[in-house]
Design a protein around this ligand. Sequence first.
Ligand code: ADP
Length: 842
Amino acid sequence: MSSNISIPHRLPLLVVSGGVLLPGSSMRIPVNTPRNMNMVKSRILRHNTLSSTVIGVVPKDPESVKDDLSSLHPIGTAAVVVQVTGTNWPKPAYSLLVTGLCRFGLESIVQESPYPVAVVNQLDKLPGEDNESDSAGLGDIADVFREQANALVELLDVTIPVVKKLKRLLDSLPVARLPDIFTAIIKASYNEKIKVLDAVDVEARFRKTLPLLERQIEGLKLLRQTKQGHLNTKDPHKNKRVIDFKKELRKLQRNFNENENEVDEIAELEQKLKSACLPEHALLAATKELKRLKKMPTALPEYAITRTYLELMTELPWSKSSKDVLDISKARHDLDEDHYGLEKLKKRVIEYLAVRQLKNTLKGPILCFVGPPGVGKTSVGRSIAQTLGRTFHRISLGGCCDQSDIRGHRRTYIGSMPGRIIHGLKLVGTNNPVFLLDEIDKLGKSLQGDPASALLEVLDPEQNNTFTDHYLNVPFDLSQVLFIATANSISTIPAPLLDRMEVIHVPGYTQEEKIEIAMHHLISKQLKEHGLSAEQLQIPQDTVKLTISRYTREAGVRKLERKLGAICRAVAVKVAESHPKTVQDSEEKKDLLQIKKPDQGNDVLEMSHPPDMPIVIDELALKDILGPLIYESEMSERLSQPGVAVGLAWTAMGGEIMFVEATRMDGDGRLTLTGQLGDVMKESARLALNWVRSHAVQCGIETKPGTDLMENTDIHVHFPAGAVGKDGPSAGVTIVAVLVSIFTGRCVRSDVAMTGELTLRGLVLPVGGIKEKVLAAHRAGIKKVIIPKRNEKDLVEVPQNIQKDIEFSLAKRLEDVLQQAFEGGFPSLKEATATISQNSKL
Ligand code: ADP
C-alpha cells in the first residue's frame, strides 16, 4: 500500500491569508471567510466519502485586501484534514487541524463559488513515497542541515516528550523532508516561508532554509546565555528576554503538540483490538497493520490512514449479534398494529418469516417491495426489524453509480473509505441487522464499474459469507444480514438483481384507505412528533378527507403526512404561545388563526389558566393553515371544448391522469407532437392518426369526397407536463379520441378516462398498471373508465368501493372506445365494427 499514492486531480481550496502550510507539518487554521466556511460546511462536514478530507491549502498575501481569487499564491499544499473543531452557536465558528502532504501548482480555478475548486498539478512526492536516493545528490548541504537541526534539538529540553519526538523524527525521516518540517516550527516570516514553499527543487529548499535554521539557533543561544546570566542579575531587560525564551520554547513545542497523543492511541487501539473478538483471519491482518503503525512516524499521512483502518476493524461487529425473536403471531400483530391494509404485503412477509423460523436460514430470495413513494415500503421494513428484535439500517441506493459505493475503495488513496455495507454494519453494531436497500431501481452505472454486480455479490447467499470490501480487505460474513429492497418500478432494476428478488407490488391507496391510515396512524404519529396530544388537537375525518382530495394528489400518503405535520406545527405554536396566558389572551390568539375552539366563555375563569380544550381543525382553519386549495376539480372545465381527452398513465409515482390536447390549423399535412413523450408514444400517435384517416367517413368527419383528412391541415398533439415522462404506448386510444374530437368538433365526455394500446387495424391491446390507473381516475373524480377487454382480469385487484363508484367499459376495438367516449356515440361506426370484425383474421 505504500506505492502509487497520489492526490486527487481536483482539490477544493482553503485560502489562508498570511499562513503557509508546509508538507509534513500540522497547522490549526481558523475558518473565518465565507468561502472557507462554505468549504468546511459542504465539503468536510457533510460528505464523509472519498477524499473529501483532502484539500488544497493556498496562501494569500496578508497585505492584499482584495477578496477575489486573483491574489492567490500559485503554489499550495495538499493537506489532509485531521480534525474539525468548532461550534454552531451563537454562530458557526470552526477551526481545522490539517497536515500538509505535498506541494502542488495551481493550474486553473474550475469553480469559484460557493467555494473554490482548482485543477492542480502535484509537484513533489507524498511523505512515505520518497526514498533515500532522492537525497543522494544533495551532498554537503544536507549533512550540514542535519547537523544544525541536531544542534537545535540539543538546545531544547529533551525530557519534554515533544522534543524527544522531534529528535526521533530527525533520525527517522529522509533528510529531504527536514527543511519543510523545520521551517514550520522555527520562527520565520510569511515571506520567508513562501520562499521555502516555492522552492520545488530540494537543493534550493535546503539553501533557503539553512540560514533560517541558523538564525533560530543563534537566537536561542543568545536567550539561553541571558537566562543563565539571569541567575545573578536583576536587570529587568534581561528578565523580559527570559520570558521571551520561555515563550519561544513553548511555541516550538506547541508546533509538535498536535501529535502528542500517539503513544496512548496505539495502546488504546491494541486494547480495543483485543476485546473486539475478531475472527482469526481479521485478527491476523489487524495485528500486522498495528505493527506497521507502531513503527510509523505520526506525520505520515499513512499513519492516519492505518489508524482509521484499525479503528474500523475494532468497531465492526465481527461476532456481535442481536438475539432473534421469532414469534409469528407477534410479528403478525406488530405488522397489523403499525400498518393499515397492505394485506398482500403483510401476508407475504409473514410467510417469509415463518419459513425462516422453520428452516432457520436466510437463504432464499430477497424480498423487494415495489410501489409508488409513500405507500409504506420503508416503514414495513422497519417494522420487520422491530418485530425480529434486530437493528435497522437504510441504505439509499438512489444515484449510486460507482461500485466502490458498495464495495469500498482500496486503501491506496488518501481519504478512501469502506463501502456502504461495511459502513452500515459499523453504524448498527450488530452483524445481523435488517438492511433496507432503498430505491434499488435507481442504481446508476458509470466508468467506475457497475454497482449492481457488487450488490449481486452482497445478496448472493452462496458468496456473501465471504464478502470482501476493498477497503477492509478481509472477508466479512454477511450471511446473517436480512436484506430487503424497495423500488418504485421494476423496469429499471438490472435483470440479474431482479432474478434474486421476489417482487411484492404495493399499489397506491384509495381515498378511504388513506382516511383510515390518517385517522389511525398518521395523526397520532404527527401529534407525538410535535409534542402534542389528542387533548390539544383534533383533526376530524371530514378535514382529513378535504386534505386528501384538495391538498394532495398522490398514490401514497407521504404528502398527506406532511400536510398533517404542517397542521400540528401551526397548532404547536399556538399551544406554546397561549399556555401561560389567561383566557382572554388565548381567545385573541384563537381569533388570529381562526381556529375554532369549543366555547370556554366563563368569566370566572378569566384570571386562571384555561382548561386545555382541544383545538378542532375545521375547513376554515385548514385553509388558514395550508393556504388555498391546491387541486380544484378541473375536469369539466378543461373538457368543455373539442380536442381534449383524459388518458391514464402509469408512472413510477403511481397512476396519473393526463389531459391529451390537440389543435388543428392550416398547413401541409404535418403531425407535430410536443410534451414529455418517448419514441413509442410518437409511433402510437402516427398509428392513431392513420386509423382516423382511414375511418374518417365512419366517424362522421366531413371531408370532400376523394380528399384526405390531412390535406391543407396540420395537427398538433400535446401531452401536458405533469403527465411525467411516459414511454408506454398506453395512450394510443386517447390520441384517437382527441383526433376524432378535433376533426368532428364534438367534445369527449368530461367524466371519462381511458387507456389502451392500439394496432393499425384498430384492435385495443392490454396495458399494465390498471389498478394504479383506476385509483388515479378515482382520485380525479372520473366516473367512467375505458380499458382494454383483455385487462378485465385485472379488475379483481381494484377495491370494491371503487368499483362501486366507477363504471368500466371494456373495449376490444377502437370503435368501442369511441362509442363510449362520446356522448351519443357514432351510429355509422357501429356498422363498420361489425364488418371489420367479420373480416378480421386477428
Ligand atoms: P415508502 O418507503 O413507500 O416511500 P414510507 O414507508 O416512507 O413510504 O411511508 C411514508 C409514511 O406513511 C410513513 O410515515 C409510514 O408510516 C406511513 N404509512 C404508509 N403506509 C401506511 C399504512 N398502510 N399504514 C400506516 N402508515 C402508513
